[in-house]
Design a protein around this ligand. Structure first.
Ligand SMILES: [Zn+2]
Length: 119
């Protein structure tokens, strides 16, 4: 599948989905990578542990806001959903080679990327 994101983008974006209350409140547009809906932060009424935004549509703690620096658009949310909720591998282009990053293998991928200059 063709997409405009590298795996590091998805990992970074996912980190913005927890302990994100301050960032969400600064965001103009927020989106959920579970249900794909976008909304403003004023629609969010629940923060898990007082600190992590919960989606007003599907009640999952999988919300990111544009103050994260990521555009809240379909391609990003869709690719995140596929990896974290649908259990699909992410097709990464690394140095001109195609690699499948399997669900649950993010930590292994990061280690390999860090210690190999070929990645
Ligand atoms: Zn949702």
């Amino acid at each position: 599948m063709k997409h405009g994101y590298v795996f590091e983008d998805l990992l970074l974006a996912q980190k913005h989905s927890y302990s994100n209350r301050a960032e969400i409140l600064e965001s103009f547009v927020c989106g959920c990578f579970h249900c794909g809906r976008t909304f403003t932060h004023t629609e969010i009424t629940t923060y898990l542990y007082g600190d992590t935004a919960v989606c007003p549509e599907c009640n999952m703690d999988s919300v990111i806001g544009d103050a994260s620096g990521f555009p809240i658009e379909h391609d990003l949310l869709y690719n995140m959903r596929r990896y974290w909720f649908d259990g699909k591998p992410f097709l990464a282009d690394l140095g001109g080679e195609q690699h499948l990053i399997l669900p649950g293998a993010a930590a292994d991928y990061i280690k390999r990327a860090r210690y190999s200059s070929n990645w």
